[in-house]
Design a protein around this ligand. Structure first.
Ligand code: 76R
Length: 229
C-alpha cells in the first residue's frame, strides 16, 4: 500500500460509531477486532484515542492521528469489520498556525503526542464570511492581533486543557476540528464559555455539533460501550 503523506502535518480522523448489539451477540470477537486494529495502527507509528461517548449521538469514538492517510483509511476499514455502525466522522490535518512563528510550538501542533486525560470534547467550527463579519476580508495584522487575544485566554488554561486544532478547509464540511482534552470536565465547559466572549469567537465563529466522551484505554472503552469478548 503506497503511503499518502502530507508534505506538512499529520492526518486526523475523528470517527464515531454506534455499537451494533445484535451483530456483537451473533459474532463474538468484535472487541478483539477493534483492539487488534488499534494495536496495529499504533505499531505503525500512529495514535488512536478511544472514548466512550456521552449522550445519544454515538456510543464509541476514536481519534486516529498520524502521517499516512492510506494507513488511516485502512484503519477505518478494519473498524468497519467490527460490529460498529458509523454515525459520524470528521477529516482534517494537523496544521501550524499562520499567526505564530515559534518553531517549537509549530512542531507540537503538527506532530502532537496526545495524553490520556479523563475527558474529550470534539467539535468542528468555521470562521464567518458574513458581509458585516467576514474574517477572511480582514487584513492579516488585524487577524493576528485578534488571535493574540484568543491565545491569551487559551494559555490561561495551560495544564488544565490540552487543545489540538486540526484544519479541514477543502477536506470536510467545516474549517477546523477542535479537540479538547481535560481531566476535569467542568474546565471544558469553562474554556468554551469564556472564549464565546472573545471577539474571535463572539463575532467570527460558527460551530458544528459537539461530542463529549470519556477517554479510556481501548479495552476499557470497549467494555464501557458494551463490546467485550
Ligand atoms: O499555538 C499557540 O499557542 C498559538 C496561539 C493559538 C492559535 C494560533 C491558540 C491557542 N489557538 C490558535 C488557533 Mn485556539 N482554540 C480554538 C477553540 O470554542 C471556541 O470559541 C473556539 C475553539 C478553543 C477552545 C481553543 C483553545 N484556535 C486557533 C484556531 C485557528 C484559527 C485560524 O488559523 O484562523 C482555531 C479555530 C482555534 C479555536 N487555543 C489556544 C485554545 C487554547 C487552550 C490555546 C492555548 C494553547 C496552549 O498554549 O497550549
Amino acid at each position: 500500500m503506497e503511503p499518502v503523506t502530507p508534505s506538512e502535518g499529520w492526518g486526523a480522523l475523528h470517527l464515531f460509531y454506534r455499537v451494533d448489539r445484535e451483530r456483537a451477540e451473533r459474532e463474538p470477537g468484535g472487541a478483539k477486532r477493534v483492539l487488534d486494529a488499534v494495536a496495529s495502527l499504533e505499531a505503525d507509528e500512529h495514535q488512536a484515542l478511544c472514548f466512550a461517548v456521552l449522550g445519544h449521538k454515538a456510543d464509541f469514538g476514536v481519534m486516529a492521528l498520524g502521517p499516512d492517510l492510506a494507513r488511516l483509511q485502512a484503519f477505518e476499514q478494519e473498524l468497519a469489520a467490527a460490529p460498529l455502525a458509523p454515525s459520524w466522522s470528521y477529516v482534517s490535518l494537523t496544521e501550524r498556525s499562520e499567526y505564530t512563528s515559534d518553531e517549537e510550538r509549530a512542531r507540537q501542533r503538527l506532530y502532537p503526542r496526545l495524553p490520556l486525560k479523563n475527558a474529550i470534547c470534539f467539535y468542528p467550527m468555521s470562521k464567518r464570511r458574513d458581509p458585516e463579519a467576514n474574517w477572511y476580508a480582514l487584513p492579516f495584522e488585524e487577524r493576528k492581533q485578534l488571535m493574540e487575544g484568543h491565545g491569551r485566554i487559551g494559555r490561561s488554561y495551560a495544564g488544565r486543557v490540552l487543545q489540538l486544532i486540526t484544519g479541514s478547509v477543502g477536506l470536510d464540511d467545516w474549517e477546523w476540528g477542535v479537540t479538547l482534552l481535560a481531566d476535569d470536565p467542568a474546565v471544558l465547559k469553562e474554556i468554551v464559555y469564556e472564549m464565546r466572549f472573545d471577539e474571535v469567537s463572539a463575532r467570527y465563529a460558527d460551530f458544528g455539533p459537539f461530542f463529549t466522551g470519556l477517554l479510556l484505554e481501548p479495552p476499557e472503552a470497549l467494555r464501557r460501550v458494551g463490546l467485550a469478548d
